[in-house]
Each structure stands twice: as C-alpha cells, then as structure tokens.
Design a binder for this molecule. Structure first.
Ligand code: FAD
Length: 498
C-alpha cells in the first residue's frame, strides 16, 4: 500500500494492526530485518507520501520534525536554522559521522526512533533536548504525546500501540533567561556507516550567580547515552544530584564517579569493551565541561582548549610531462568505466527493465556441512502468492556435474551437501519479493554425517586429502635441504583460497 493522506494511513494501520502490516519509510531497517533476521512482512505500507510526516518547520514554541524527514533534508534545514542554536549544532555535529550519503538520503528520523537501537546516535540528542513525540491512531481519534525518555522500553522495544503511527517529533524551545548548552559526541569504529561504540549528548542550564567571579549554578542537567545500556539511557540520578551545584571542575570530577555508578558495566555486559566504554563516557563529559567553560570564559584548571578544527581535505595529482615521442608509457589513462561510474550513468542489472513475464529465482543453500539431505518440504513455500516452481537436481537435463578443475561439484546437491552454502535448489516465482519469501520457507531436513571437516587440521586428522594433487617441481629439493647451512621451519596459515 502507498497511502497519500494521513487519515488513509491511520485507517490502513487500524485495519491491519501489529504484525498484520509493516510501515516502511526508507527501508534501511526493515530490509535488514528481512535479510538477516528472516522477518518477512506480507503487507507493507509505504509512508513516504504523507505530507504531515515530511514537514519540517519552526513553530512559536518548538521545532517540528516530521517522522518521515530524511537525515539529508534535516541536515540542510539545520544548516539554515543553526544561528548558534545549540540543538541544531549538536545534531549537525552528530551528522558529520552519521551513516553514509546513501543511507542519509532515505533513512528517516522516525524510523530511527521506532527502531530503538541501543546504540542510536540521534536518540541521545533528542532525549537530552526533551523531545516530545506525537502519535496518531484511529480508534480514539486522539493524538498522544509522550516524552522520548518514556518511549524507550528496551532493546528495539518502544511504547507504541499496535495501530499507532509516529507523526512528528517536537523539540521545545528554552524559555528562561538562563544559559543553555547542548553538545553531542560519538566514538565509532569508522567514519562512515558505523554507529557509535558510545555516543552522548549533554545539556545543562546554568544561572549566573556571581558576575565578579564568573560563577554559574546548575539549574538543570540532561545527560543521555547510546551504547551504555540496552536502550538510549539518561543518567537520571546524576542529573538530579547536579541541580544546585556550581559549574566547576570539582563538580565534574564528582560527576565522573556518579555516572559510572549509575551506568555500571562489567565484563558480561553485551557489547563488550566495558572499560573502554566507561572511559569514553567520562571523556565526553570532560570535552563538554571544557566546551562550556570556554564559552563562559571560565579559566580551565588542568585543561587546554581542545576544540580542533581541520580544513577541508584536498588532493592533487601531478602528471609528469612526457617526451612527444613517448605516447603510451607513463601516460595517465582513466579506468574504462570511470566516465560512467563518476557521472552515475553506469547501468547495473537492477537499473534494467525486466522483460514481460520474467520469473525470479532464489537459491536454497545448505545450512550444514557433510550432511545427507533427508527431506525437502516445499509446502509452505508453494503457498506464497506468485510461486511457480521448485527446481533441484532432478530437473537438470544431462550431467548435474559442474565442469570445474576437479569436476567434484554438483550443480544442485543430489544427496550429500559437502559444505555450508552448497546449492540445493531454487524456488522460481513471479516476483523477486515472492522468491525471497518462498526460499525462506523451504524446510530441509538433514542427516549429519561424520567426519565434519572445517579446517586443514581436521582434514589431516581424518586423512582427508584431495588425492591426485597437481604439483610443479624443479630440481632435487631433498638434496638441496641436506646441503643447506640453515633451515628455518614454521607453519603459515592463509585463510583465502587464492
Ligand atoms: P524503516 O526501515 O523504513 O523502518 C524502521 C522501523 O520503523 C520499522 O519497524 C517501521 O515499521 C517503523 N516506522 C518507520 N516510520 C514509522 C512511523 N512514522 N510510525 C511508526 N513506525 C514507523 N543510525 C545511527 O544512529 N547512526 C549511524 O551512524 C547509523 N548508520 C547506519 C548505517 C547503515 C548502513 C544503516 C543501514 C543504518 C544506519 N543507522 C544509523 C540506522 C538508520 O538511521 C535507521 O535504520 C533509519 O533511520 C531507519 O529509518 P528508515 O526510514 O529507513 O526506517
């Protein structure tokens, strides 16, 4: 389905609540779940065409971010809005290292919130900014508002009814004369396409109490973290204890311990690297303290200005001049496909139109090694709408043998699957989606055989050799070794085949 109005969407979701349908915007999470967690959704509702979900505006009291705003759109709007607004700046900072262009172009803010990943980089900022979610549903025609901090229940679990739709996120503006600071930090494994090992957002509201000594009192604090628990988490106790204290290095020194106490991790905590994660959390707090103190022009005891700005990186290639007589050697040639790749005009299989009546196949691969196939059950698969046929070795006309170097591999396994991934058969359907769906429903029963060989060592133990090895030789190796002055013996393992 692709509804084009919010009331249509609400009605559809009400008709097909819970698992009976799946909302999809950018599909970056839904497809991941289909592919890796084998969660197949029979009824998809695309929500990309709903005006209210795509809106992005500044109202009198808040920022309105439609749940279907992509990160690319959000970023360009934030750049326009920025004007030293600390929320915009915190989000922009995080977006420098957020996913990749392709993902940011389609992934939505709402999709990130509903996914409720414990390591989301965006949710800590939204939580620190006290974001309020606006949810709509049909049965009571009511709009429900909930603070983001109350929305996350656990890993991938949120407080949403079976027929509810997240329509927008409201970021309230600050309305007192106090000073507010909000910053975000992230440490990831890579620059692109990598969520934070820990990501954090810190917000404080400070009131000036002494102009001569430049002293500031903490009125409120909000410290939120990704990667420190099974959900985005705020350090509620620490936040409470900070209220009324002075913004000083001493206060921050106490806060390091409070955070560790409030978010205890140990060697058994999911995600591992627990000491590193705790250190990251504390380091981020130190960065935040330094930033705020710099802004307040407070002197920083034992700290330096850590803000570091790097210019845009650039590169240059110098191609040396060649003598006129030398046409080919040393000349700079572009890759054959360079023009098409760099202009985006290269045509890949998925860009080509398929022919009328094209059928689609999906492979059934063995999940076991050295296993006799006992039974293949295609009953569930054959019920998928658009299912056409199941093909296996019995359908191969002529030889079922692949004519590789050793001719020891079959096109489709006829009896014993030698390795995980051996091709058992194909399901053929009218659409790619149906083929993928049906292939996941084919049930294969195996008899596991012995020995099961997974390494060279296993093979040696079980005397399992290829047999007629092809060997190339020159000279008398044994004689040479007898005369060698030094012999160094060791073993080298190489994972790849090549
Ligand atoms: P979809 O996949 O379309 O939907 C996700 C879920 O939300 C589904 O359950 C769907 O039913 C539900 N849903 C969507 N919209 C609504 C709505 N309006 N109301 C109710 N339910 C709804 N995240 C980070 O924080 N940091 C990163 O650096 C990062 N890097 C990534 C890199 C890659 C390669 C990928 C694939 C993801 C990455 N992510 C990262 C996560 C990414 O931001 C989320 O997957 C994305 O925001 C989800 O949005 P979507 O529109 O694609 O959601």
């Amino acid at each position: 389905y692709r509804p084009i109005a919010l009331n249509e969407l609400i009605h559809l979701r009400h008709t097909y609540p819970g698992n009976q349908s799946k909302l999809v915007f950018g599909n970056t999470r839904v497809e991941f779940e289909r592919k890796y967690n084998k969660i197949n959704n029979f009824r998809l509702i695309s929500i990309t065409h709903i005006k209210e979900l795509r809106e992005l505006k500044r109202t009198k009291n808040s920022l309105y971010i439609g749940a279907g705003v992509t990160f690319t759109r959000l970023k360009s709007q934030l750049i326009q809005w920025n004007n030293d607004d600390s929320f915009c700046q915190a989000l922009l900072d995080q977006m420098k290292y957020f996913a990749s262009t392709q993902i940011r172009n389609v992934a939505s803010v709402g999709g990130n919130i509903i996914t409720a990943a414990p390591d989301s980089d965006i949710n800590p900022i939204l939580e620190a900014a006290d974001a309020i979610l606006e949810l709509h549903r049909a049965d009571n025609e009511k709009v429900r508002q909930i603070h983001l901090c109350d929305f996350f229940l656990g890993n991938s679990r949120v407080s949403i009814a079976d027929n509810e739709i997240l329509v927008a996120i409201h970021i309230p503006f600050e309305n007192s004369s106090n000073k507010y600071f909000l910053r975000s930090y992230k440490q990831a494994r890579r620059r692109d396409d990598s969520k934070g090992i820990v990501s954090a957002a810190f917000k404080v509201e400070l009131e000036k109490i002494d102009s001569i000594d430049n002293q500031w009192k903490i009125v409120s604090a909000w410290f939120s973290f990704g990667g420190m628990a099974s959900k985005t988490i705020s350090a509620i106790n620490t936040q409470q204890q900070l209220i009324g204290l002075l913004w000083t290095k001493q206060t921050i020194n106490q806060t390091y311990d409070m955070l560790i106490k409030e978010m205890p991790l140990n060697e058994l905590s999911p995600g591992g690297q627990y000491q590193y994660r705790q250190t990251l959390m504390q380091s981020f707090l130190f960065k935040f303290y330094s930033y705020v103190s710099n802004e307040l022009r407070q002197s920083l005891i034992d700290s330096i200005d850590i803000s570091c700005r790097r210019g845009v990186s650039h590169g240059q290639q110098t191609i040396p001049e060649r003598p006129v007589t030398q046409k080919i050697v040393g000349s700079s040639l572009s890759h054959r496909s360079a023009y098409l790749h760099t202009t985006g005009e290269a045509i890949y299989i998925d860009d080509m139109l398929s022919h009328v009546n094209t059928l689609y196949a999906a492979l059934i691969l063995s999940t076991q090694a050295n296993a006799r196939i006992k039974h293949i059950d295609i009953e569930q698969a054959s019920k998928v709408p658009g299912f056409v046929s199941f093909v296996n070795y019995t359908d191969v006309p002529g030889s079922n043998q692949l004519n590789g170097m050793l001719s020891d591999e079959e096109v489709f396994v006829s009896s014993i699957a030698l390795c995980v991934g051996a091709v058992i058969g194909l399901v053929v359907c009218e659409s790619e989606h149906a083929a993928k769906l049906a292939s996941n429903l084919v049930k294969v029963e195996y008899d596991l055989l012995l020995p099961r060989i997974f390494s060279i060592d296993d093979a040696i133990i079980h005397q399992s050799y290829f047999g007629d090895e092809i060997s190339l030789g020159k000279g008398d190796i044994d004689q040479i070794f007898l005369k060698a002055e030094h012999i160094l013996e060791d073993t080298l393992y190489i994972g790849g085949q090549e």
